[in-house]
Design a binder for this molecule. Structure first.
Ligand code: ADP
Length: 162
């Protein structure tokens, strides 16, 4: 049984993330979506909210487990007896950072592989940061986010603005 761990901040989960989860289910028997606290990124949603939204969006997908994790990713991967880290690659601009992370993780634990998957091109420009900007300026979110995630984002931005 091949297990992949898909880590990220998911602030909030977008259709781009979901696209990667669906693709990874074609490669792995089980996918663990691991939501990281990432306080240095100063997320808009707290960890519990991000976890809840990922659970909501992936509810209908078989063989997906959604968790939060603390500490080193490679340690978590080993603890779960997983085979690989899954990351999405949108564009060349993602490459440098992802390449560094994959090699650092390999240095930390040489048995952990990183697998990169490319999203559908319609999501290749999509980032959680851009979506938050679109939401702030009242743009339409339905092409990018699950309706309930969009609703929560608008509510959050509304409360922040007041
Ligand atoms: P992190 O802080 O770990 O980068 P993110 O939630 O921003 O967390 O991203 C998690 C993973 O999902 C990363 O590998 C990122 O490249 C990938 N990702 C994010 N948005 C998209 C998208 N639109 N298409 C494909 N992959 C994506």
């Amino acid at each position: 049984m091949k297990i992949g761990v898909y880590p990220g901040t998911f602030d909030p989960i977008t259709h781009g993330h979901t696209d990667i989860i669906v693709r990874s289910l074609r490669v792995f028997d089980k996918v663990i979506v691991a939501v990281a606290p990432n306080p240095t990124k100063r997320p808009l949603f707290d960890l519990a909210e991000r976890l809840e939204m990922v659970k909501l969006v992936t509810k209908g997908l078989p063989h997906v487990e959604v968790v939060t994790f603390k500490g080193l990713l490679v340690e978590y991967v080993q603890k779960r007896k997983a085979h690989a880290v899954i990351r999405g690659l949108r564009a060349i601009s993602d490459f440098e950072y992802e390449f560094q992370m994959a090699l650092v993780n390999r240095k930390l634990n040489k048995s952990v592989e990183t697998v990169f998957l490319m999203p559908s091109e319609e999501y290749s420009y999509l980032t959680s940061t851009i979506i938050k900007e679109v939401a702030r300026f009242g743009g339409r979110l339905t092409d990018f986010l699950h309706p309930q995630v969009a609703q929560r984002l608008l509510r959050r931005i509304g409360t922040r603005a007041t």
